[in-house]
Write a protein that binds this ligand. Structure first.
Ligand code: ZN
Length: 429
């Protein structure tokens, strides 16, 4: 039987023990090896010996993106340079890039848990994996490649773009798995249709990295390429790179590797833990990372824990898809709201387009009101606007517990931008 990359632990209790062990190791490691963390712990009045249980994590100070930027070029480094075998950096302007150091063990760990992604996606060594993401100082291509070789499938390091070449590889090499961003996946799917080569290719699965894919997008890609599954792989440079989780073939949530890092979901305002199933900011503490460990690193990404065990039976817990950035959060009538929640509702409503705009006003009665403009889908009949409006209003009330007055506008009425569109207009004082 092929080597498995799944955790050897069998129960949640064993997982917690492993986390406590990893946490204590990490705290001691950074206290000895990193000036930054020692100073930060001293300022917070915490000593490594104070951390004995998972609950004690709450006593540790937070780390943020600005700590990485201020520590440029080698922030959070916790080992001597002789032990560092590689660095990676996020994209960004010089001095603002986040640079992370890797020891050989970090690279090995990364390869192992990325191989787990392929295993969880039910690949075999017979699979041929066309890796159409960026190779370079960032982590994408290198990560997908490392995991693929560790897993034992055949890697085709195609890199991004170059649609002609991608299509040729799909036909000539009979790639069974395509790894790319969701937008590239859609582009490829449409290209395969346009060139009428679907019968000549052998794709079974598409794995998306680095970009959130919408339900509609996934459906379209599956249909055009004739693949069985699409998967989402989350990942950020700070936490090794891509490969830190995957939705399994049941697609009930994204399993994350709780034997490599602890995931806290905190209210971004109060920094207190939210209840299981509630949305909050992902805060990460690594359990084995040597080069640049993370202690309560605030990712600014929003998601929630899926409270139920997955149908696949894995003890690896799950979080939901990423729902946006905590910087975009607003509060209305005491409820935290993230634009991503409205996004989800709009994109799940048939007849609605993908564009929307949220306006917040304080009226004479002193209360806050939310109104939402939603574009009608391109081919949708305007006579159905009233029904569409009602449907979205009901879902908002049901899912977010706040009322929002919905107005349906014509397709193309709301402004587009190549960068992130501004979606929330807050007119309150
Ligand atoms: Zn599962």
């Amino acid at each position: 039987m092929a080597k498995s990359f799944m955790p050897t632990i069998k129960t949640e209790e064993e997982l917690r023990d492993l986390q406590v062990k990893g946490l204590r190791w990490t705290i001691n490691h950074v206290y000895q090896g990193s000036d930054f963390y020692r100073k930060s712990f001293d300022q917070a009045g915490v000593k490594p010996d104070d951390i004995r249980s998972l609950d004690d994590i709450k006593r540790l100070p937070f780390t943020a993106a600005k700590d990485l930027q201020e520590g440029y070029p080698f922030p959070l480094r916790a080992v001597p340079f002789k032990d560092i075998v590689r660095i990676h950096a996020s994209s960004g302007t010089t001095g603002k890039r986040k640079v992370l150091c890797y020891t050989q063990k970090d690279i090995d760990d990364w390869g192992d848990f990325f191989a787990r992604c392929y295993e969880m996606a039910s690949l075999t060594k017979e699979d041929r994996v066309q890796i159409a993401v960026g190779y370079g100082v960032w982590t994408a291509g290198v990560g997908f490649q490392l995991g693929c070789e560790r897993f034992g499938a055949m890697a085709i390091p195609a890199g991004p773009g170059n649609i002609d070449m991608q299509c040729m590889f799909l036909v000539d090499f009979q790639s069974t798995v395509l790894c790319c961003t969701a937008s590239m996946g859609l582009l490829m799917a449409e290209e395969v249709e346009k060139r009428n080569i679907r019968d000549k290719i052998n794709l079974k699965k598409v794995i998306f990295g680095s970009e959130r894919s919408s339900e509609a997008m996934r459906g379209r890609i599956k249909e055009l390429l004739g693949v069985e599954h699409t998967f989402d792989i989350p990942g950020m440079t700070e936490l090794y790179g891509p490969g830190t989780g995957l939705d399994c073939i049941y697609h009930e949530g994204i399993h994350y590797w709780a034997d490599y890092y602890i995931l806290e979901i905190l209210d971004p305002d109060t920094l207190k833990e939210v209840k299981d199933g509630e949305i909050g900011e992902m805060v990460i503490t690594t359990l084995r990372k040597e080069g640049s460990p993370l202690i309560r690193y605030r990712t600014r990404d929003l998601t929630r824990i899926m409270p139920d065990r997955c149908s696949c039976g894995s003890i690896l817990p799950m979080h939901d898809a990423l729902l946006g950035r905590s910087d975009d959060m607003f509060i209305i009538r005491g409820v935290n709201i993230y634009p991503g929640q409205i996004d989800t509702i709009v994109s799940q409503t048939q007849g609605a387009g993908s564009e929307y705009q949220i306006t917040l006003d304080r009226k004479e009665d002193g209360k806050d009101y939310m109104s939402v403009k939603v574009e009608r889908a391109k081919a949708e009949d305007p006579s159905r606007d009233e029904g569409l409006k009602k449907k979205i209003e009901i879902e908002i009330k049901k899912q977010i517990l706040v009322s929002g007055a919905v107005t349906i506008v014509d397709y193309g009425d709301l402004p587009r931008s190549e960068r992130k569109s501004k979606r929330v207009f807050d007119n309150r004082d």
